[in-house]
Design a binder for this molecule. Structure first.
Ligand code: C6P
Length: 429
């Protein structure tokens, strides 16, 4: 079926030179078995990678190989396959550390997902460092995962929760930081890239603002780590969270990066097996970092799958991944901007956004758009994308969202555009 999509190249509704984008997308599509299936009898067009990405055969095989040849619990057994499993689990940690240029694998904690990583910071750092009268600062463009934990912490501690707003183009209003210069801001939590607006925030600059205020930084990189090179030493954030399933890896594995000094000082998030050096009936001595934060049997399969995903991405190169998405986004914005009745949200420059476009079509609810598109074999997301306050700020209840990854090609955007035109014709809008 990938063939059908390739053929469309010459029939593009818009003639933009996209050879590089076609080349990467077409070259790797073969690695993704799911992209060969039909949906409703049509070639499957997957435009929901911001929710979760599809998995290449190399990741599926790595997990299968683990279960077929060295499945065992880690850090416990002293027999061969347990040592092999432990080595693979710890190698995955080293790979993640290199992927984001952490100083040491000790700064990498395996969690279930980005959500759990942020909750870990809220419990283990926030509960012991935030006090009555302090300010917890975040932004108006956060996913619920980087908002609700701070709502809870501010209530528990009597701290005030404050927000940096965004302008009409979807950029943070940096001048609003001035208001907080003389306040006791303890923590600034913000998204690297918005899952609705697509905006890529000036992370290095935001970290600098936070430092000037004496606040620690929590960066939600769920929509950034899969899509562009990230260097935590250069960004200089204190914590950074992301999920494996949004970057070709399996579900149930996520990452919390934390600066070693902070992790050393923090109390564990959960307690139980694995995370202690010794225990007696009345007390226990915590394990070293990062294991202090990994209570219970970890997701070994997830770590191994994530390592295979990182290998895959690095073979392509994160710069090439980013270039591919910028071009696809440029193409999508161009196509959508030419259509009557479409409003899209976020920056107009593809260089300042990640590979997703949220939009509305006048006269039709986003859920109906998504249902209609499903009949055409096209998967997009519709709703509030777990960012209800952001949608309130935009003055809308919901949006439709098309999001892209390395396996997408411009002809899929053409199909999206043609199907949207069909909806308009059918509904006479
Ligand atoms: N956004 C989306 O369709 P988890 O669920 O923990 O893997 O990721 C949470 C999360 C945190 N921050 C941002 C910016 C996100 O986009 C997400 C996940 C998906 O937009 C699922 S709601």
């Amino acid at each position: 079926m990938a063939e059908n999509l390739k053929v469309l190249k010459n029939e593009s509704v818009l003639q933009i030179e996209m050879d590089e984008v076609f080349e990467l997308g077409n070259r790797i599509r073969e690695d993704f078995p799911i992209l060969k299936r039909l949906v409703k009898g049509k070639p499957f067009v997957y435009l929901d990678s911001a929710a979760t990405t599809q998995k290449p055969i190399q990741v599926i095989e790595a997990i299968k190989n683990y279960y077929e040849t060295f499945n065992a619990n880690v850090h416990r057994g002293i027999y061969s396959i347990a040592e092999e499993a432990t080595a693979a689990y710890e190698e995955a940690r080293e790979k993640v550390a290199r992927f984001i240029n952490a100083r040491s694998p000790r700064e990498i904690i395996f969690t279930r997902n980005a959500t759990e990583a942020i909750n870990l910071v809220m419990h283990s750092w926030g509960q012991n460092n935030v006090q009555r009268g302090d300010v917890i600062l975040t932004t108006e463009m956060e996913h619920h995962s980087n908002l609700l934990p701070w709502q809870i912490l501010s209530k528990l501690k009597g701290a005030s929760l404050e927000f940096i707003g965004f302008d009409k183009e979807g950029f943070l209003k940096l001048e609003e930081f001035d208001k907080y210069k003389n306040k006791s801001v303890k923590l600034f939590a913000f998204t690297f890239a918005s899952n609705v607006l697509g905006t890529i925030n000036p992370v290095r600059e935001l970290v600098k603002y936070a430092k000037e205020m004496g606040a620690i930084t929590v960066v939600d990189a769920a929509q950034a780590a899969p899509h562009m090179p990230i260097d935590v030493q250069q960004v200089d954030c204190d914590f950074l969270a992301f999920s494996g399933h949004k970057m070709l890896g399996p579900m149930g594995i996520g990452i919390l990066y934390g600066k070693e000094r902070l992790l050393e000082e923090m109390e564990p998030f959960m307690v139980g097996g694995e995370m202690v050096k010794s225990a007696d009936f009345r007390g226990s001595e915590w394990n070293d970092i990062p294991w202090k934060f990994e209570a219970g049997t970890p997701n070994v399969e997830g770590a191994i799958g994530l390592a295979a995903a990182i290998d895959y991405l690095q073979r392509i190169g994160m710069d090439a991944v980013r270039r591919h998405e910028v071009k696809l986004t440029e193409y999508a914005l161009d196509v959508l901007a030419r259509m009557d009745g479409i409003t899209y949200y976020g920056p107009s420059s593809p260089e300042q956004r990640c590979g997703l476009v949220s939009f509305n079509l006048k006269g039709i609810h986003p859920h109906d758009i998504a249902m209609f598109l499903d009949n055409e074999g096209i998967a997009i997301r519709a709703g509030h994308h777990c960012a209800m306050p952001l949608h309130n700020r935009l003055g809308i209840a919901a949006s439709a969202r098309a999001s892209f990854y390395i396996y997408n090609i411009p002809s899929e955007i053409d199909l999206l555009a043609m199907s949207l035109e069909k909806i308009k014709k059918m509904l006479e809008i």
